[in-house]
Design a binder for this molecule. Sequence first.
Ligand code: SF4
Length: 237
Amino acid sequence: MAKGATRKRIETARKGKAAKGALPQWSTAEIEEAFRRLKAANPEPKGELQHVNPYTLLVAVVLSAQATDAGVNKATPALFAAADTPARMVALGEERVRELVKTIGLFRTKAKNVIALSQRLIAEHGGQVPHDRVALEALPGVGRKTANVVLNIAFGEPTIAVDTHIFRVGNRTGLATGKTPFEVETKLEAVVPPAYKRHAHHWLILHGRYVCIARRPLCETCVIADLCKWPGKTVSE
Ligand code: SF4
């Protein structure tokens, strides 16, 4: 068989394995090194959703489901200027909220949830965002990912919110493979060194959003390219 055909077969087999999650394991030293480099490139990473307090962060995250942060950020300045507390949001009313967020996907359901969660915060938490996962996940429109973002950004907890970017980066690189966001989150929880946990979520999201992008990852400018286990990466080690 020609050399080229053999190489192609090997490559296809490697990609097939990767698709089934059979990537080589990262060593502890490699994971440490990856986060050391991500931190060196961006020592104080920040979330990109605009907010002015924990409550507006919570609302922004609820609005960001299946939407881009940039899209949410276009709508929220006017919304938060009109209402930056649960009481003001309830006073503003669902119809007006719907009008202000109508450029965001699923805006009708989201407007309804924003009002309902604001009412719950007033009734059950003194108008404050609870520093408690169970209480957060009990709010309308709030799931595990939203709770993780709020716990991390508003309360400084070392939680890792697995969104579409982190899910892709974890699976593609082999750092944390899994069929569900929760599986990837659990694996990241287990492998991310404690010193990097607080900001791991931001580093991985930003890496996925701007470098390890879905269609064609920018491997040639990637700071962890030599560590990455993806057989399809476009740089050699
Ligand atoms: S080398 Fe490519 S595939 Fe691997 S993490 Fe970097 S950008 Fe993503």
